[in-house]
Design a protein. Structure first.
Length: 147
């Protein structure tokens, strides 16, 4: 009984040490997409101008879609961290945490494989090389183009 109570106390202590706004990564191999907050979206609109913002946002959504299809075809999990309502401020990996309080763009992507450091994807328009290198994919599969 003492061992049971001790284990419960340890679990509670660990849970309390995480902030409610943390996103805890729980995967062996995945890509995490971090979305912007309302305030960041408004900032980007003001900074770029509304028309340019929507053109760029359309491109970002297209790249996110093609990325998700590439990951799916290669058996890599794709997770989305919504920040519009939650305003998450940190991604917690088993071996480190990353501050996501202020994004530089509408979306950011982090590659993660158990036992490796997370890696921020730099080129969303052509991500295949970075993904293949990080996940050691020597014979990548490509999604079939829709007809």
């Amino acid at each position: 009984m003492y061992k049971y109570i001790k284990n419960i106390a340890i679990i509670m202590a660990l849970c309390l040490s995480l902030e409610a706004k943390d996103f805890v990564v729980n995967c062996d191999k995945c890509v995490i997409e971090i979305g912007s907050t309302d305030e960041e979206v408004e900032y980007f609109k003001k900074e770029m101008g509304e028309e340019d913002f929507y053109v760029a946002a359309d491109d970002a959504n297209y790249y996110a879609y093609t990325l998700s299809k590439y990951l799916e075809t290669n058996g890599i999990e794709f997770k989305h961290v919504a920040r519009l309502d939650s305003h998450r401020t940190k991604i917690v990996f088993p071996n480190e945490s990353i501050d996501i309080a202020n994004l530089k763009w509408l979306y950011e992507y982090y590659l993660y494989q158990k036992g490796k450091k997370p890696y921020k994807l730099m080129d969303i328009s052509a991500p295949e090389d970075e993904i293949n290198k990080y996940f050691n994919i020597s014979n990548p599969k490509y999604p079939k183009e829709s007809e």
